[in-house]
Design a protein around this ligand. Structure first.
Ligand code: ACM
Ligand code: ZN
Length: 618
């Protein structure tokens, strides 16, 4: 078992007071009601799983529980129909319990028996995930003690989503399954799969094979996405990949077994260079284009899907038809963000359509496009959801809005009777950096875990019945491999899971931190990468009262000490200690080096920053 130092420390701390039995509520997301009881349930290979009447759906849930239990502590439980031994019993309520709804559960751990009861199998799965979090992640010789407790739990929101962008960088179906595994542990239930963009079309469409034979491949580049150079003429396109329809069905089933609904996104009319590389005849200019390697992140496209071409709608009808047949969920995401509308203003076909339809400007033209796509999606018996640009120029009557440019899109949607999913950059963009830029490197913005935790999906004055929930987005321009996907998702995904599942009462970051940290040894054991950025301070240069530049450290969590040097030597707990007051910069200093300690042990990473850089950030 690989173990990061930080996690080992936490694990040892846990054990020192718990003797392998996790007391206290260290659960994420926080359950609605948690009552600690005295005593332990002793789980061992003699413990049996009991499920009602050989119900196959519950058998699946129990199987998932068992597989995770083995991975967690090395114990696999046999099934039994006999109830007089120590058992973990899965029960479906004969009379639905209104408080629990479709996803809630009641978990009772007594010294004799563990019972998970729910109205629906999804609740049983969530109950079993909670139970697994009450078991220490240590391979056990024989017996695992689980502290007795009574837990009643159900979610605040029905849409608890994470989005993964597989276009900017491609992730295999096994990596996607791994992503879903991790989501389920923290009770997420929507996987938004961003399948198409300028940098690759990732889903096989039988009617349009070039979407993947051409659109899924680009010239191979390594390094920093912003600096990727455009392909040479005739350079081979070896970088990319796509999912066959069989792959998609396999992942859809995998997710469904875990009560995760997949919302597929085909992003049109913007972000469609991969489509246009395959079929340039559907663009305004009609000229050949290519699948972008990267790099082009400010200029969104150098051509655009032609919304004045009737053949585009015929094509989209077939594409969305195949998408609808692959994904059983009720929503299809049609993107709608960041279209380069300027091409429509100069395109004869688009201009002709605007005249014929009396469309005044290009934002109304996008609204026309959205309503055509909405009709297509509805004809496949699905509902349309799109990024908040679909509001501009008029929102299609039954569309759902995914609010990303702040919360205003969601507020507008709700105030006009539309549903919204809240996913603002300011709280939910998990591609943004979560710690010091010098080591976290490049992205579009910054978003600390603490801020994610402060997210409130229902804006003041908005009717909460229109807010379906919220979602974290993992855009992958700057995420070239799956380890980095995990690093960016966790632990901020823990903070967001709590926002989306738990009641918004007495929410307290300091109280959350130990529960968040209790997940780190679980990540280590499951070999899931996560960011230790919460242990690093933010470093800032300020102008002091005397006009002199000073340095300030800000910590995201309590209980850390910052040690620093200005003399280009490694700081440790014998170096200068930050006293929570601005530091004067000594004469001749050009760099500051800093590290955090907790209880006398190094915890954070070494930060090395030039004073010039800090000054530039002022
Ligand atoms: C988006 O971030 N362009 C939806
Ligand atoms: Zn056009």
């Amino acid at each position: 078992m690989k173990m990061k130092k930080a996690s080992l420390l936490i694990l040892l701390t846990l054990f020192s007071y718990s003797a392998f039995c996790q007391k206290d509520n260290l659960l994420v997301p926080e359950p609605v009601k948690f009552i600690q009881k005295t005593g332990n349930f002793q789980l061992s290979t003699d413990t049996r799983i009991v499920i009602p009447d050989d119900n196959t759906e519950i058998k699946k849930v129990a199987g998932l529980f068992n597989d995770q239990l083995v991975a967690l502590c090395g114990i696999r439980l046999e099934s039994s129909s006999v109830k007089d031994e120590t058992i973990v019993e899965f029960l479906l309520n004969k009379q639905p319990d209104n408080e629990l709804g479709d996803e809630g559960y009641f978990l009772n751990i007594s010294s004799k028996k563990i019972t998970i009861s729910a109205n629906k199998p999804a609740g049983l799965l969530y109950g079993s995930e909670t139970l697994l979090q009450m078991i220490s992640p240590v391979l056990a010789d024989s017996i695992v003690n689980i502290a007795c407790a009574e837990i009643t739990d159900y979610p605040r929101f029905g849409w608890r989503g994470l989005m993964l962008d597989v276009s900017r960088h491609f992730f295999t179906k096994d990596e996607v399954k791994r992503f879903i595994d991790q989501m389920v542990k923290y009770k997420y239930n929507v996987f938004h799969w961003h399948l198409t963009d300028n940098n690759g079309w990732r889903v096989e469409i039988k009617s349009y094979p070039k979407l993947t034979s051409v659109g899924a491949w680009r010239a191979k580049r390594t390094g920093l996405y912003t600096g990727y150079e455009t392909a040479e003429p005739n350079e081979s396109k070896t970088d990319g990949g796509f999912y066959t329809q069989d792959d998609i069905r396999e992942v859809v089933q995998y997710a469904a077994d875990r009560f995760v609904t997949i919302v597929p996104e085909v992003d049109v009319p913007g972000h469609s260079s991969a489509l246009l590389a395959a079929y340039p005849e559907y663009s305004c200019l009609g000229t050949p284009t290519y699948v972008y390697e990267g790099g082009r992140i400010t200029d969104i496209g150098d051509n655009e899907l032609c919304v004045g071409n009737e053949k585009v709608y015929e094509m989209l009808d077939k594409v969305f038809g195949e998408i609808a047949s692959l994904f059983p969920g009720e929503y299809i995401h049609m993107g709608g963000d960041e279209a380069s509308r300027r091409y429509w203003a100069e395109c004869p076909k688009c201009q002709k359509l605007m005249k014929e339809e009396g469309i005044e400007d290009v934002s109304a033209l996008q609204s026309y496009f959205s309503s055509r796509v909405d009709k297509i999606i509805r004809s496949k018996n699905k509902k349309m959801i799109g990024w908040d640009e679909i509001i501009e120029g008029g929102l299609v009557p039954d569309a759902t809005v995914m609010s990303w440019r702040g919360i205003e899109g969601g507020i507008t949607a709700a105030s006009t009777g539309h549903h919204a999913v809240m996913s603002p950059t300011t709280y939910c963009y998990l591609d943004y950096l979560q710690g010091e830029k010098n080591i976290e490197r490049v992205s579009f913005g910054a978003l600390r875990a603490k801020r994610v935790f402060e997210f409130e999906p229902v804006p003041e004055g908005v009717d909460p019945s229109f807010i379906l929930g919220g979602q974290g987005n993992v855009w992958t321009e700057f995420i070239p491999n799956y380890r980095r996907v995990e690093y960016m998702t966790w632990p901020r995904g823990l903070a967001l899971s709590e926002v989306l599942w738990s009641p918004n009462v007495n929410r307290d970051w300091d109280e959350f931190v130990p529960r968040m940290e209790a997940q780190f040894p679980r990540f280590d054991q499951a070999e899931v990468n996560y960011a230790p950025s919460i242990y690093d301070p933010a470093i800032e240069m300020i102008s002091g009262d005397n006009g002199k530049k000073q340095i300030v450290f800000t910590l995201e969590i309590k209980g850390l000490d910052v040690y620093y040097t200005f003399d280009h030597t490694f700081p440790d707990n014998f170096s200068l200690k930050y006293q929570n007051e601005p530091i004067e910069i000594p004469k001749g200093a050009s760099e500051i080096w800093a590290i955090t300690y907790r209880d006398g042990k190094p915890l954070g990473r070494l930060l090395v920053i030039t004073l010039d850089e800090l000054e530039k950030r002022m």
